[in-house]
Design a protein around this ligand. Structure first.
Ligand SMILES: Nc1ncnc2c1ncn2[C@@H]1O[C@H](COP(=O)(O)OP(=O)(O)O)[C@@H](O)[C@H]1O
Ligand SMILES: C[C@@](O)(CCOP(=O)(O)O)CC(=O)O
Length: 322
């Protein structure tokens, strides 16, 4: 088998981040900062993983990998399959299940999951000796989908290594769907409960509106907008953020639900504008309309609203306690 290089773009969510986890609409566009995975055969009875961005390298004996029990068939729910696979990995490789915020463990488990599942599906458990290297232009933990790009590029690289991707671009719908499904499962390991928007936009590219686990509409060509992305360099971990939003939502659904509904409306209206923009050469008249949508979204930014909700709870508690 020959050396393979596969890459995935990053993404930006224009509207609907977090709300999309609650079944609301979100609009995302791909960003041309890429994560690249190289898979090359080696003459050693091991699988090697090199993650220079995390300054870490690991290797596992193929004979140990072969002892890992097979997970249930494809028809079970993705989260159940992933949790079963993680238990098997833990038992056989004698390592802890990923600690929720440990970047290296999250990446290593996502990698092992994909290597094992894709090899089992297409090589019947005949695990190849390979050296795998993943590098990225995307900053990690900056909301640009580095984890999804990691998962998508790995899935695509393994499928290509096994000759399972068409030798033409763009890839077929079937190929893309399979890459996205594997990447979603790996994202469960990194994120916990992903909505599925990140693996979708990083797989299919372009721009899309996503809701309730599905791509509702897709634009292969993004209108030529100039969008300024600012990296605040404030470290954040998506798994933790999603969990904290969930906790806040559960504490005060009556306050948070209307915020999510408002974000949903903003996402849908913005998508309408983007669609109209992709059908015209006169973009200028749309800019002020899009700007209003961004301003409205900022007003509804979940974090602000949630903090507001927390304040209300605090006030209520103060009231109760005199
Ligand atoms: N280049 C990379 N090499 C190794 N792991 C990566 C790489 N890019 C992303 N990851 C994994 O993805 C995680 C970041 O995911 P997340 O917190 O969702 O942030 P982001 O918003 O960038 O997707 C990292 O902690 C790491 O586990
Ligand atoms: C916060 C969320 O809406 C997007 C997460 O994006 P990122 O991994 O932070 O780039 C979570 C999700 O959609 O699963």
């Amino acid at each position: 088998m020959a050396k393979i290089v596969a890459s995935s773009p990053g993404k930006g969510i224009l509207h609907g981040e977090h709300a999309v986890v609650y079944g609301k609409s979100a609009v995302a566009m791909s960003v041309d900062l890429r994560t690249r995975t190289t898979v090359e055969p080696i003459n050693k009875n091991v699988v090697e993983l090199h993650l220079p961005d995390l300054q870490t390298s690991s290797e596992w004996f193929i004979e140990d990998i072969m002892r890992i029990p097979v997970t249930s068939n494809e028809e079970i729910e993705d989260a159940v399959k992933v949790s079963e696979a993680l238990k098997h990995l833990q038992t056989v490789l004698n390592v802890q299940v990923p600690c929720c915020t440990d970047a290296k463990q999250q990446s290593i488990y996502a990698f092992l999951f994909l290597y094992i599942e894709i090899s089992r599906k297409y090589r019947g458990g005949n695990f190849p000796s390979v050296k795998v290297t993943v590098t990225s232009e995307l900053p990690m933990g900056a909301g640009l989908g580095s984890s999804a790009a990691f998962a998508v590029s790995l899935s695509a690289a393994f499928l290509a290594f096994y000759g399972k991707l068409d030798k033409k671009t763009p890839l077929s719908q079937e190929n893309l769907d399979e890459i996205s499904r594997f990447a979603f499962q790996a994202e469960i390991i990194i994120h916990g409960k992903p909505s599925g928007i990140d693996n979708s936009i990083c797989t299919y590219g372009g721009a899309l509106i996503f809701q309730a686990g599905k791509i509702k509409e897709f634009l292969p060509e993004v209108p030529p907008l100039k969008i300024l992305l600012v990296n605040t360099r404030i470290p954040r971990n998506t798994r933790d953020l999603v969990a904290s939003v969930r906790q806040r939502f559960d504490t005060c659904p009556a306050v948070i639900q209307p915020v999510l509904d408002a974000i949903d409306a903003i996402s849908r209206q913005s998508w309408q504008l983007l669609k109209e923009m992709s059908n015209t050469n006169s973009l200028q008249k749309f800019i002020p309309l899009l700007k209003v949508k961004f301003q409205e979204n900022i007003l509804h930014l979940l974090k602000e609203s949630l903090e507001q909700a927390e304040l209300e709870i605090f006030e209520a508690e103060l009231g109760c306690n005199g």
